[in-house]
Design a protein around this ligand. Structure first.
Ligand code: SIN
Length: 311
């Protein structure tokens, strides 16, 4: 019997697949759709303190190899998502969930996290340190000093289970430096990776999205090798208590298998979910189960992190 069940910290999930923040998670209706699918959990759209309209449209376009977006953190504001995850937490039979959030400034991030700390919510929180799409705001986790300061301040008051969503890194030294910072804190997980920021897709002679003159985050096939590298690099460097969520380029069971082989304990779907809808969870789960059965693996732990190298 093959199981794709998994855990993050103290939370058990019947399936290792879930949505990535940004896809199928803006409204309660979308979140409920993920909840009632084969997904093991959902994560909310990244919440800011107040609701945001985000960037002008067109701001998301699918391409043959994936997607480009510059959404600009449109969301319904913290209270909308916090109320919903608390409601869900109290519903019998509900799955454990992830609340994604970030402030528009470090101060706002602390205000938000203090609100969550004081609330009844006991579930996982994902602090998004990697949105590439808000004009004038850098991707926080590319600035190691700021990241270290934010985490130090956060863990001076925040005692609930917290993880961070990371941008892709591209340099071995950066993996080392980032991991050294993350290992100082009681993080429950890191999520590798957000979109590859500031790509450019052109049709004929024109960019395909409006914000930032067409610059936007890439998802889908473009990013799988980078996502796998980040999952594995952090799997090898982080304290075993910090688990890895793998995100990027997953559209088949084989892709999910590779993320887990690189060390992911949970795998998120972004572009494929946007393109295919929540049926993708059932299809990819079945494909993953078939690969596991063929290889004689019964649980994710049988192969998680066990990537082979060439001697
Ligand atoms: C966005 O809202 O711009 C996408 C979310 C993200 O990249 O964190």
């Amino acid at each position: 019997m093959v199981s794709t069940a998994t855990r993050i910290g103290d939370f058990q999930f019947d399936n290792c697949l879930m949505n990535a923040a940004g896809v199928f998670c803006m409204t309660r209706e979308e979140l409920a759709q993920v909840e009632s699918s084969a997904a093991g959990s959902f994560v909310t759209k990244t919440a800011t303190l107040e609701a945001r309209a985000g960037n002008p449209e067109p701001r998301y376009v699918n391409t043959d190899l994936g997607s480009i977006n510059s959404m600009g953190l449109p969301n319904k504001g913290l209270d909308y998502y916090l109320d919903y995850v608390i409601e869900e937490q109290n519903r019998i039979g509900s799955k454990p969930h992830v609340l994604s959030l970030v402030g528009m400034s470090p101060d706002e991030t602390h205000t938000i996290l203090k609100k969550v700390q004081a609330s009844d919510y006991q579930g996982l929180v994902e602090l998004n340190l990697s949105c590439p799409n808000v004009p004038g705001k850098p991707q926080i986790a590319y600035d190691f000093e700021t990241t270290d300061t934010i985490l130090k301040e956060v863990f001076s008051y925040y005692t609930k289970p917290l993880g961070i969503k990371l941008p892709p890194y591209f340099d071995i030294v950066h993996f080392d430096q980032a991991a050294a910072i993350f290992n100082k804190y009681p993080l429950v997980f890191v999520n590798c990776v957000n979109s590859i920021g500031n790509g450019l897709v052109i049709e004929d002679e024109t960019v395909v999205i409006k914000p930032k003159n067409g610059f936007g985050g890439l998802g889908g096939d473009y990013i799988k090798p980078t996502a796998l590298a980040n999952v594995h690099a952090f799997y090898k460097r982080l304290n075993p208590s910090i688990q890895i969520i793998g995100t990027g380029g997953v559209k088949t069971g084989r892709d999910a298998f590779e993320h887990i082989l690189c060390g992911a304990c949970m795998v998120q779907l972004g572009t494929v979910l946007q393109k295919e809808g929540t049926e993708a969870f059932d299809r990819i789960t079945k494909e993953l189960q078939a690969i596991m059965a063929e290889k004689g693996y019964e649980t994710l732990d049988d192969f998680r992190g066990k990537l082979h190298y060439i001697d």
